[in-house]
Design a protein around this ligand. Structure first.
Ligand code: EPZ
Length: 417
């Protein structure tokens, strides 16, 4: 078991470079198998979710070269195989192999996916989409069997603009006969990144990044190259850290429009930032204004930054309200913040946070990935040394987090027990 040990109240200065996006790369790797040749991804983050997906690529017979953030996947010898539970359970995004295998082989057999425990997380929209394309979906105990004689383009309306369902349906539809329309599609930048890769392979997708996506089926997909977009959640996490303990902390490699909602909330709180092309320089102000934050689909305030943001709200003067609207269980970090001294009242998925409160170091647990990020942030501002348990969650999604924070002056180490 690994722990993180964080000594609080050190000022951070210097530069943190943002890595490739976890939530893009976890879809780009499964998407790669749709190619009959070779796919190259640049800016690939070295996180445990990347490794878990490459284990699945290896199982299917793909040849992988992963060096200096460049990942080449030769898909010529890919064969269809059952994706076993020990691989599918490691992460949520294993479910993208449903769409990718269905699109390529018209057959996918895969055990239920894993991922953070932040709500019930059904995948009914993915399944409905596959069925609309002509597939039969069988649930056999804890495994999905998805098969089709042929896939035919269809008009699919999503009841909710789900990121996963939009991507999975794109993967299944790119080689279907005819044209598929996804209405009320999710608009997150990760969807545009996946569509770009597929189009570079020869797919015909238009409208990715809007709520109406049109996919004209093609018969063959070939060699392609794409850059993984910068991780807007990692960027946002470091911006929040900069707002709390930064002194001219430079966060570089950011696409500003991807973090717009966060920047506007930071400004509302009184945080000063200088935006310089793709970098943001941020410093801790003397005080913060209380604000309200409600998580929404893109371009709204992203759910994955709600937990980190709630730590910043404990330092604002007055009462702030943080409302989570996407998942039913994104308050796992709150009991630990309360133990550290935060004044937070939770009512369902709404937290009423009154500040400012000084936080005191405690032994805490990363109950999920972003709860873990919130615990690191709390540790960085707390008096004393915080110990964070179950940090495997954090390592799934933040590349070299200890190295990046240490390089700008944080006192943070991993303790391997
Ligand atoms: C992706 O999850 C991300 N995960 C999540 O990041 C992120 O929070 C989420 O998008 C929203 O931006 C990956 O990319 C691997 P959704 P996803 O489908 O695709 C409900 C992180 O911390 N829903 O947009 O699973 C669902 O239960 C992770 O990095 C259905 O009801 O999110 C949820 O309430 C956590 N039926 C909402 O929609 C479905 O079939 C949004 O889910 C699909 C979704």
């Amino acid at each position: 078991m690994k722990q993180l040990i964080v000594e609080g109240q050190h000022e951070l200065t210097g530069e943190i470079k943002i890595s490739g996006a976890k939530n893009s790369v976890v879809a780009l790797i499964p998407a790669a198998i749709l190619s009959d040749e070779e796919v190259t991804l640049y800016n690939v983050p070295n996180i445990s979710d990347t490794k878990s997906l490459l284990d699945i690529i290896n199982l299917l017979g793909g040849q992988v070269v992963y060096q200096n953030e460049m990942l080449k996947i030769d898909t010529k010898n890919i064969k269809n195989k059952v994706i076993p539970e020990e691989l599918s359970k490691k992460l949520r995004a294993s479910y993208y192999f449903m769409g990718a295998l269905l699109g390529k082989f018209h057959y996918a057999e895969i055990y239920f996916p894993g991922g953070c425990n932040i709500g019930s997380r059904p995948i009914d929209f993915h399944i409905k989409g596959f069925k609309k394309l002509g597939a039969e979906v069988i649930i056999d105990k804890d495994k999905y069997i998805i098969k089709a004689d042929k896939l035919k383009g269809a008009h699919i309306f999503l009841d909710f603009a789900s990121v996963g369902a939009t991507i999975n349906i794109m993967l299944a539809a790119v080689k279907a006969e005819g044209t598929t329309y996804i209405s009320n599609a999710a608009k997150e930048p990760e969807i545009v990144n996946v569509a770009t890769l597929l189009n570079n392979m020869g797919a015909k997708i238009i409208g990715a990044g809007t709520s109406e996506i049109k996919i004209e089926g093609v018969s063959k997909l070939g060699t392609a190259v794409v850059d993984v977009i910068p991780d807007r959640i990692e960027a946002g996490t470091y911006l929040i850290i900069g707002a709390l303990v930064g002194k001219d902390l430079k966060i570089s490699g950011i696409i500003e429009e991807h973090v717009d909602a966060l920047l506007s909330k930071l400004k509302e709180m009184g945080v000063k930032m200088y935006v310089d092309s793709n970098s943001i320089i941020i410093s801790r102000p003397t005080k913060y204004k209380a604000i309200n934050v409600k998580t929404l689909v893109f371009p709204g305030f992203v759910t994955d930054l709600g937990q980190p943001m709630s730590v910043l709200l404990t330092q604002a003067e007055g009462t702030s309200i943080f409302e989570e609207t996407i998942y039913e269980n994104r308050m796992g970090h709150v009991p630990y913040l309360q133990q550290m001294g935060a004044n937070i009242k939770v009512n369902g998925q709404t937290a009423i946070i009154t500040g400012p409160t000084e936080l005191t170091a405690k032994e805490v647990t990363a109950t999920d990935l972003r709860a873990g990020a919130a615990m690191i942030i709390a540790g960085l501002i707390a008096k004393g040394t915080t110990t964070i348990n179950e940090i495997e969650h954090i390592l799934r999604g933040y590349e070299n987090i200890v190295e990046k924070l240490s390089a700008v002056g944080a006192q943070i180490t991993i303790n391997e027990q």
